[in-house]
Write a protein that binds this ligand. Structure first.
Ligand SMILES: [Zn+2]
Length: 282
């Protein structure tokens, strides 16, 4: 990450370190203007222009940076209590103390950034960061913090946190916990609720895009498998839509696993996606 940031902007890391030293001395985050937006394009590129949390495609153009928010994974200034929905009754979520300070030492840590869409960042995440362990804002190592805080949300970049696909998959256009262990099941359930990934009213657009993904994949697979035709462009589209970097990759890859294992069920899922798509299209 640092190498990419340095290649993009050779002075940023040094300036960021100076600011972090100031926050360390002050014991809190405070500054008149920030500099993280300067490196936003690095994250847009790494994430292939998709939101880190809901996987929808965002603008990749020069003037499209406005669509992306640089998201501080762990809140920098203060941590607020997330209003826990009833569906998560019984999931142990630590209550933040009143005026819980944020992670001032991570305001300029490149592994505390990701880019996300505005609904995920500005409306849903805000200053919330649900955990099972204890908040420790004196800690500057994001790797140690995973063990200490036991966060529920998944940090999507690098390889020091779980891959979302390890924790949840999609049944058609709906995300579902894999339930590997109680902790992982809870992480998946909190993530799905937190970003409203299974809320077809508030996040209707995600459902439409997932349905479009399934329709496209099913049609390509039928052309290839049933008709025995491997068209070069179909093969390319298949690879693009099922790559880890693709928008809605988890949904696409879950559907392909189903298609390989049970084509009759995949057909039913395809028809459901088609019915949903037609019902919401005008
Ligand atoms: Zn999003």
């Amino acid at each position: 990450m640092n190498r990419k940031i340095d290649a993009y902007n050779s002075t940023w890391l040094q300036r960021a370190a100076m600011r972090t030293a100031e926050f360390r001395n002050a014991g809190s985050y405070s500054e008149r203007s920030s500099i993280w937006s300067e490196i936003k394009p690095v994250y847009m590129d790494i994430q292939n222009y998709k939101c880190a949390f809901c996987e929808k495609r965002l603008s990749g153009e020069e003037i499209g940076t406005i669509e992306h928010d640089i998201e501080h994974f762990r809140p920098k200034k203060k941590i607020t209590n997330w209003k826990i929905p009833k569906s998560l009754n019984g999931v142990p979520i630590t209550k933040a103390i009143r005026n819980q300070p944020g992670h001032h030492l991570l305001a300029y840590n490149p592994f505390n950034y990701t880019t996300s869409c505005k609904p995920c960042n500005s409306i849903l995440k805000k200053n919330n960061f649900p955990i099972e362990g204890q908040y420790d804002v004196t800690q500057a190592s994001v790797i140690s913090l995973i063990r200490y805080e036991l966060p529920y949300l998944l940090y999507p970049l690098g390889n020091f946190d779980k891959n979302p696909e390890d924790l949840f998959f999609f049944v058609g256009i709906h995300p579902v916990s894999k339930g590997n262990s109680l902790r992982e099941e809870n992480r998946a359930r909190v993530t799905i609720e937190f970003f409203k990934l299974n809320d077809h009213v508030q996040r209707k657009h995600l459902f439409i895009q997932r349905a479009e993904t399934i329709l496209a994949l099913y049609r390509i697979m039928e052309t290839i498998v049933v008709n025995g035709i491997v068209d070069e462009e179909d093969a390319k589209e298949f690879a693009n839509r099922t790559s880890l970097h693709a928008p809605h990759a988890n949904c696409a890859r879950s559907f392909m696993i189903l298609y390989k294992n049970d084509r009759d069920e995949a057909y039913r899922v395809f028809k459901d996606a088609q019915k949903y798509y037609n019902s919401v299209s005008k």
